[in-house]
Design a protein around this ligand. Structure first.
Ligand SMILES: [Zn+2]
Ligand SMILES: [Zn+2]
Length: 51
């Protein structure tokens, strides 16, 4: 198979590219509104705890 980009966060097939850092990420780790990855968005990975 051809080289396929994988999500930098979870390893699933990447379908999006972060507009800030250029990371390849999957749909779960991509914010469609902002066009950036969850890392750039939240600063940390999947920190779902609320303040
Ligand atoms: Zn992912
Ligand atoms: Zn990013």
């Amino acid at each position: 198979m051809a080289a396929m980009p994988f999500c930098n966060l979870c390893g699933k097939p990447a379908t999006h590219t972060c507009g800030l850092c250029g990371k390849r990420v999957c749909g779960d780790h991509f914010d469609h509104k902002l066009g950036i990855c969850s890392i750039c968005k939240g600063g940390r990975r999947l920190a779902t705890r609320r303040h």
